[in-house]
Structure formats: structure tokens, C-alpha cells
Design a protein around this ligand. Structure first.
Ligand SMILES: [Zn+2]
Ligand SMILES: [Zn+2]
Length: 336
């Protein structure tokens, strides 16, 4: 690929990214101000998520795309002019080659289903939950929360999703479009906005209420209720696999596990390091590989939630205002 076209692609990527950040800041944020679901006395713990979003969009995502997707693509011979792959969709159904919009939708569906499966595993396998729990530790889920992730989790996810994309022959430009458009919808679905797409559309596309239910704190009376709504774009996967939850009142977001909830008192670097501690302890223990809901003990090892008194955990929650917010106060100055 000549350098000029590479530069052109990079410029295009950053332009799209600027647009995305502008949409979050100028559309989703005002919506949160006008129609909030949860009323917060302040937004101090949301600021760290804004930093996560900027780092992800301007650093991690383009880096991964060029470090992972491009080499994978070269390895398996996918590309714009040569839409091949190990199990190329276009090769299997040549007819789709003449219907680019349909073909794009098929790619989109396959990618979204891959995300759904990954997300189920992130909750089911304790060592993966050790990483993904950072995303769920946020008590103030907002339009910036989508990219609050551990970077090892991001890497694993990117390897799998990009691997699937290359295997089915998605051209790189379309892949970038897939990722970016999915991102924007997910920024909206995390927004603290009283917004439902309606009884028909909310079965077709994930809306803020649908994803907020996924982020609910465990309900001691109904301890499996939060195991719902894993889909990122199409709720179809949850409907098909019996994990869809509609018509439920939203509950406060966050986690019952105090070891994970402590992420709210940390800055980005400390969060990344503490998550690694629980990941390490989980990966090295037998319990870390046994599927099921876990919390973490004082040594960061996963323990089945059946061994915890969920009512006691619920009652032990310290209100954010009463916590030492040293690390997040630093982010407060810029006004999210
Ligand atoms: Zn999740
Ligand atoms: Zn989320």
C-alpha cells in the first residue's frame, strides 16, 4: 500500500473519531442533562470514563487495528481487492457479492454475534470477569462508560473479533466502519438517558434502557436477574438464547462485590494494576476457570457468590459521596 493512501486512511480515521467524540459531547451529554434516568448529586466518577474513551479512540483502537488487523489480513490474504478468507462469506454465498449493503449487514451480524459470545464468557468465566468487572464497577454509567475496560480485555477481544473478521473476509475499510458505528451506538446505550426505542425497535436495536439493565447491581432478592442483555447492537441474540430482559424497572448500576467496587476510588493506572491482581489470582486458581458468578476475596481470589450473603453486601455499600475520591477528584476539574 503506498504511503499516501495509508496517510489518507489514518486522517480519515481520526476525522471520524473527532466526529464521534463531538456527537458524545454535544448530543449525548446534553440528553443526559435534560432527561436523566438517575439523578446524581455530581458526576465526579464519570470523568475517568471520559479519559478512557479518549485514550481508546485516539490511541488503543488505531494501534490495535494496525498491529493486529493488518498483519492478520496479510497473513490470510484478505483485503479490499481480494475479499477472501478461511471461510469467506462472499465465497460461500457469491450472490451477496452483488448486494454490498446486504453483505455489510451479514458482516455486521456475524461480528455482533461474536461480541455477544465473548460478552457471555466475560461474565461466565471468573478470570475473564476479573477483567470485565472493571467495566461494571462504574456506579455512574454514562455516555462515556463504553470504553472503560482493562487493556488486556481489549486486546483479547480485538484478537478474537479481528480474527473472525479476517477469517470471513471483511475488507479492512469495512471493518473500521463496523467497529466505529458499533462504538457510537454503544456510547448511546450507556448514556444516563431516559430513552427507549419503543416496543418494536427495542427488539431490533439495543437502546439505553436495555443496556442499563445489563449494568444493574445484583438484586439480593433475585440474584440471577442481572444475567441479562449481553448484546451490544442486536438484541436478537439475547432473545434467541433466552437472556433478554424487558419491562423491568432500572436498578442502580455497579457491583455488589466490595473488592471490585473499590475501582471507583482509583485512577486509571491503579485500576489497571488492581484488575491485573485479581486476573492473576483467578487465572492461577482452579476456581478461576470454573464457570459461575464470583466475587473476590481479600487475596483477590475468585469465590463463588453462593458463599456470600448478598443482602449483607448490598447493605455494606458505601455511598459515593462518603468515599475517599482522591484519585477521581483529579479528573473533576474539566467538567464532564
Ligand atoms: Zn458485561
Ligand atoms: Zn456496558
Amino acid at each position: 500500500m503506498p504511503d499516501s493512501s495509508l496517510m489518507h486512511e489514518i486522517a480519515e480515521y481520526f476525522l471520524l473519531t473527532v466526529v464521534q467524540v463531538a456527537v458524545i459531547a454535544l448530543v449525548f451529554r446534553p440528553m443526559e442533562r435534560m432527561w436523566p434516568v438517575e439523578h446524581w448529586p455530581d458526576r465526579r466518577v464519570t470523568a475517568i470514563d471520559r479519559s478512557y474513551t479518549l485514550i481508546k479512540l485516539f490511541g488503543v483502537l488505531p494501534l490495535f487495528t494496525y498491529l493486529i488487523l493488518a498483519p492478520l489480513g496479510n497473513l490470510f490474504g484478505g483485503g479490499n481487492d481480494d475479499p477472501t478468507g478461511i471461510v469467506s462469506v462472499q465465497g460461500l454465498v457469491p450472490w451477496l457479492g452483488h448486494h454490498p449493503v446486504l453483505l455489510f449487514l451479514v458482516y455486521y451480524a456475524i461480528q455482533d454475534f461474536t461480541y455477544y459470545l465473548i460478552h457471555r464468557l466475560q461474565h461466565a468465566i471468573p478470570w475473564w470477569w476479573a477483567l470485565h468487572s472493571l467495566h461494571h464497577s462504574q456506579r455512574q454509567v454514562s455516555c462515556w462508560t463504553n470504553d472503560r475496560d482493562h487493556y488486556l480485555d481489549d486486546l483479547l477481544e480485538a484478537l478474537i473479533v479481528a480474527g473472525v473478521a479476517v477469517a470471513i473476509g471483511v475488507p479492512p475499510v469495512e471493518y473500521a466502519l463496523l467497529v466505529l458505528s458499533g462504538e457510537l451506538l454503544q456510547n448511546l446505550s450507556h448514556a444516563n438517558v431516559r430513552l427507549r426505542f419503543g416496543p418494536v425497535l427495542d427488539k431490533l436495536v439495543v437502546d439505553p434502557r436495555f443496556h442499563r439493565l445489563h449494568h444493574m447491581r445484583v438484586d439480593p432478592e433475585r440474584p440471577t436477574l442481572h444475567a441479562c442483555n449481553y448484546a451490544l447492537v442486536f438484541p436478537l441474540w439475547d432473545i434467541l438464547f433466552g437472556t433478554a430482559l424487558y419491562g423491568e424497572k432500572v436498578r442502580p448500576t455497579g457491583v455488589g462485590d466490595p473488592m471490585v467496587d473499590a475501582d471507583n476510588r482509583r485512577g486509571i493506572v491503579a485500576q489497571q494494576l488492581y484488575v491485573l491482581k485479581r486476573f492473576r489470582a483467578a487465572v492461577l486458581s482452579r476456581a478461576g476457570w470454573r464457570p459461575g458468578d464470583v466475587a473476590f476475596n481479600a487475596r483477590y481470589e475468585p469465590v463463588s457468590v453462593r458463599d456470600f450473603d448478598l443482602h449483607a453486601l448490598e447493605e455494606s455499600q458505601v455511598p459515593l459521596a462518603a468515599q475517599g475520591l482522591k484519585s477521581t477528584e483529579r479528573h473533576n476539574g474539566a467538567g464532564s
